[in-house]
Design a protein around this ligand. Structure first.
Ligand SMILES: Cc1cc2nc3c(=O)[nH]c(=O)nc-3n(C[C@H](O)[C@H](O)[C@H](O)COP(=O)(O)OP(=O)(O)OC[C@H]3O[C@@H](n4cnc5c(N)ncnc54)[C@H](O)[C@@H]3O)c2cc1C
Length: 384
C-alpha cells in the first residue's frame, strides 16, 4: 500500500512525517478538569513487579483525556512517562518524579471491504495486544499469528517493532495515529515514517519522547496462511497431515512461549521479567569471523543468522549461556529464568538496583569472553 506522506519534504528534518494532522486542536490551551492520583505504586503495573511510585498517575481512555493529562504535566512542568502494559520496563526504586500517563484507549474497528487484498483494523493503543491477535486469528486474518502471547498493549508494539518467530509488527502496520508533544497535534504516520528496524523505530530512537501512540492500523491478509518459517515452530508442526490453521498456529506459539517462560502464566515465577533482557547483537562480517574463532577455540559452533547489510545476528541467549550463566542462575533476589537464559527475573521483592547489578555482571562477562557488548532491551524508567 502506498505511503501518503513519503513525499512530504520539510526544511526542519521532518521529511518522513505526515503533513496531515488528524485534528487541529492545540494541547496547551486546554484547562485541565482532571484529578490525577498521587503516589501510585508502579511495581504492580509492570510484569517485573519492581519499582517505586509515580508522583502523579492518570489513566486516559480518550484523546481528550490524553490532551488533558499532557496539559496537566505541562502546567506543572512535570516530566511525562507514557505507560502501556508495563511489560518492557525496569522502573527505578525511586519511581517516576512526574506524571505517568497510562494509555487505556480501547476499540478494535474493522474497515469494511478490502484494500489491495488486505483488511484494515484500527486498534486503540490501550487494547491488549494478545486479545487483538486472538481477534485477528479468529477472523481468519493472517500476519500477526506468530506474535501471539506477547504481553503488553497495542500502543507498545510499534515502539520497539515487536517481533517473534519470524514476524515483526512493521510488516503489517499500515499507520500509527499519534499525539505529537512537540506541537500538540494529532497526526497519522505511515509505516515508512515510523523508521522500523530490528527492535527499533523512531519512537524509541530519533523521536524518542515526542509521540504518544493513540491508535494503530494493521493491514492483515484475509484467508492468509500462517507464517511457519521459524525453526521452533516448524518442528512443532512437523509430521502433521495438513498445514495448521491460524488458530492452531497461535496455540502452538503460545505453548512454545509457555515452555520458555515467555508467556504470562499466573503462578509461574519465571514470568516476573521483562521478557528477553538483551537484544540479539548484530555484528559485522569481521566481528563475526572473530567470534567464530573464539567459539572454535572452545570447541563450540556459533549460531548466527543473516541480517541486513551483509551483517549477522548472533543469539544473545547463546552468548549469555556460554559466558557462565545458566538457566536458573540465582543471585539473591534476582536470577535468570529456569526456562530461558535471556530473561532476568524478580525472584520476589527484588529491587531495580539488584536487577541492574546482575545485568552489569552479565554484560561484563559476555564482553570479556566474547568481545561483544550486549544491549538491554527493556526501557529504563526513572534512573538518573
Ligand atoms: C514474558 C515476556 C515476553 C516478551 N516477549 C517479547 C517478544 O517475543 N518480542 C518482543 O518484541 N517483545 C517481547 N516482550 C517485551 C514486551 O512485551 C513488548 O515490547 C511490548 O510491546 C511492550 O508493550 P507494553 O504495552 O507493555 O509497553 P510498556 O512496557 O508499558 O512500555 C514500553 C515502552 O513503550 C512506550 N509506550 C508504551 N505505550 C505507548 C504509547 N501508547 N505511546 C507511546 N509510547 C508508548 C513506553 O513509554 C516505553 O518506552 C516480552 C515481555 C515479557 C514480559
Amino acid at each position: 500500500m502506498g505511503c501518503a506522506c513519503a513525499s512530504a519534504q520539510r526544511a526542519d528534518g521532518l521529511a518522513a512525517l505526515s503533513p496531515r494532522p488528524v485534528e487541529r486542536e492545540r494541547v496547551y490551551i486546554v484547562i485541565s478538569p482532571m484529578q490525577p492520583q498521587e503516589n501510585v505504586a508502579l511495581a504492580p503495573l509492570t510484569t517485573f513487579q519492581i519499582g517505586g511510585p509515580a508522583r502523579f498517575f492518570v489513566e486516559a481512555k480518550t484523546r481528550t483525556e490524553v490532551r488533558e493529562a499532557v496539559s496537566f504535566a505541562h502546567s506543572r512542568d512535570l516530566p511525562l512517562f507514557v505507560l502501556g502494559g508495563g511489560s518492557n520496563l525496569l522502573v527505578s526504586d525511586s519511581g517516576w518524579p512526574g506524571l505517568v500517563l497510562k494509555i487505556a484507549i480501547d476499540g478494535i474497528d474493522r474497515h469494511p471491504g478490502e484494500v489491495e487484498g488486505k483488511i484494515l483494523f484500527d486498534v486503540g493503543a490501550g487494547e491488549s495486544w494478545d486479545d487483538f491477535v486472538a481477534h485477528a486469528v479468529s477472523s481468519q486474518c493472517a500476519g500477526i499469528e506468530c506474535l501471539s502471547g506477547i504481553p503488553g498493549c497495542v500502543g507498545g508494539t510499534p515502539v520497539q517493532n515487536v517481533g517473534a518467530y519470524g514476524q515483526e509488527v512493521s510488516e503489517t502496520i499500515e499507520s500509527v495515529e499519534v499525539f505529537d508533544l512537540k506541537d500538540g497535534e494529532v497526526r497519522e504516520l505511515c509505516r515508512e515514517a515510523c523508521g522500523f528496524a530490528y527492535r527499533s523505530s523512531i519512537f524509541n530512537s530519533t523521536e524518542h519522547g515526542r509521540f504518544i501512540v493513540l491508535r494503530v492500523t494493521y493491514a492483515l491478509t484475509p484467508g492468509g496462511r500462517p507464517h511457519l518459517e521459524y525453526a521452533d515452530l516448524k518442528r512443532y508442526v512437523e509430521g502433521r497431515a495438513s498445514a495448521p490453521s491460524l488458530v492452531e498456529t497461535r496455540d502452538a506459539v503460545r505453548q512454545i512461549r509457555a515452555r520458555k517462560g515467555m508467556l504470562i502464566v499466573e503462578g509461574d515465577p519465571d514470568c516476573h521479567s521483562a521478557g528477553s533482557f538483551f537484544k540479539n547483537p548484530i555484528v559485522s562480517e569481521e566481528q563475526h569471523r572473530d567470534l567464530e574463532k573464539r567459539a572454535a577455540a572452545k570447541d563450540l559452533a556459533l549460531p548466527s543468522y543473516p541480517a541486513l547489510d551483509r551483517r549477522k545476528k548472533i543469539s544473545a541467549a547463546w552468548l549469555v549461556e556460554h559466558s557462565g550463566f545458566h538457566r536458573g542462575f540465582i543471585e539473591g533476589r534476582v536470577g535468570i529464568s529456569t526456562k530461558h537464559s535471556l530473561a532476568i527475573i524478580n525472584r520476589g521483592s527484588a529491587s531495580a538496583a539488584e536487577v541492574l547489578a546482575l545485568k552489569d555482571t552479565i554484560q561484563m562477562q559476555v564482553d570479556q569472553v566474547w568481545g561483544v557488548t550486549l544491549e538491554p532491551e527493556p526501557v529504563m524508567v526513572g534512573f538518573q
